[in-house]
Ligand binder design. Structure first.
Ligand SMILES: [Zn+2]
Length: 388
């Protein structure tokens, strides 16, 4: 690593390639965090390895004082799948584009942030405050032994984070064109309607669960949950399954099932939605005489980092680099920001994610450089005038 004064220069592309060459498909780490640890130690970070269950995690901090800006991300990647035209773990650059599993989601962003931190130099000479990286190996999986546990560990140590950037691939065409300031929540429901099985010729002696379920499905699917809120699109409800599993033409089945997912904004909570579904089900159960069971499982609550000093700093800094203010978005799936939001204001700022989780996942090398410049400028602006 070439050094100039107390700054160590990191080549973000080379680091991204080295990370991609560690095939860290959840829950495997494959040496990805070992490599990151070595690089961060070289930069003066104090590194803690935090294994929970079968998951490797890393927390690294540079600087003892506040304010404290944390970068959160993950080194785990989703399985390769099929249809690649290159080796997904070779990290080849072809025509100015880096290919590999994790190129977009999100090893290149980690590399960009490490390079930006290196450029920012060491405290207390170059800045006052602390930079940390919270990197988990359990984002693409069940997310039980990752960020949640590291945040608990930080809390137990009395370590306070003031602001956090999550490096998920949230941009749309170019790094920094979109910043996520919130995410919708996600909740899965299962409906089971129990009637009484019988002969189709004697329906009066049976209780058919299918019309009851169809009625409930229709009511739920056509209901408008809301019209959206100040920062969010309208909530959506999508059925994913409708099952009877009955091949007999002369039998009224005893049970019918359905499943659906709701992506909800800040106008709802998991409880309010569950109560709504249960109320609708109770009415249909009474009308039909069938027994209806509703079960739900929340996979993430919605969150919003209300626009303020921190989001303004991010926006102004990006505009200074790219010439355009980012679009603040709250769309898309869930991320570990759903856990971090309980600790401090959090935004998601990373590469464009068009190829994430797909075959031939890739990112233009110029985009990695652009994101490095953005992260470096955010660090400089943050410590020059902390948004506290
Ligand atoms: Zn990701």
């Amino acid at each position: 690593m070439p050094t100039s004064g107390d700054r160590v220069e990191i080549d973000a592309l080379a680091l991204a390639q080295a990370l991609i060459r560690r095939p860290s498909v959840t829950p495997k780490d494959a040496g990805a965090l070992d490599m990151l640890e070595a690089v961060l130690k070289e930069l003066g970070f104090v590194v803690h390895r935090l294994p929970f269950g079968d998951i490797e995690n890393l927390y690294a901090r540079l600087g003892d004082d506040g304010p404290h800006l944390c970068f959160a991300g993950h080194t785990d990647v989703v399985p390769v799948g099929e249809g690649w035209s290159t080796d997904p773990f070779a990290a080849e650059v072809k025509d100015g584009t880096l290919y590999g599993r994790g190129a977009a989601d999100m090893k290149s962003a980690i590399a960009a942030f490490v390079a930006a931190a290196a450029r920012n130099g060491k405290p207390p000479e170059k800045f006052k405050g602390a930079i940390s990286l919270l990197i988990t190996g359990d984002e693409e999986g069940v997310a039980v032994n990752g960020t949640v546990k590291v945040l608990e560990w930080l809390k137990a140590r009395g370590e306070k984070i003031n602001h956090c950037i999550v490096g998920e691939p949230t941009s749309s065409a170019h790094a920094g064109d979109t910043v996520k300031i919130g995410r919708r929540g996600s909740i899965n429901f299962k409906l089971a309607v129990k009637g009484v099985q019988g002969h189709v010729g004697y329906p009066q002696k049976a209780k058919n669960p299918i019309p009851a379920l169809a009625g409930l499905v229709s009511q739920l699917a056509t209901h408008k949950l809301d019209k959206g809120s100040e920062h969010f699109d309208p909530s959506t409800l999508a059925f994913t399954s409708l099952d009877v599993g009955n091949d007999a033409t002369n039998v009224i089945p005893g049970e019918a099932r359905a499943a659906f997912n709701i992506r909800f904004n800040d106008k709802h909570t998991p409880d309010s939605l569950t109560n709504w579904v249960k109320d609708r089900a109770a009415i249909i159960a009474q009308e039909s005489g069938c027994e209806i069971t509703v079960t739900s499982q929340t996979s993430g609550v919605s969150f919003l980092t209300a626009p303020g000093k921190f989001t303004q700093l991010i926006s102004d800094t990006i505009a200074g680099i790219t010439g355009q203010s980012p679009f603040f978005s709250t769309s898309g799936g869930t991320s570990d920001a759903r856990f971090i939001k309980d600790v401090c204001p959090v935004v998601e700022l990373g590469l464009a994610g068009a190829t994430m989780h797909k075959a031939d996942e890739c990112v233009p090398v110029a985009e990695i450089a652009a994101l490095t410049d953005i992260y470096a400028a955010v660090l400089a602006a943050y410590f020059a005038k902390p948004p506290l």
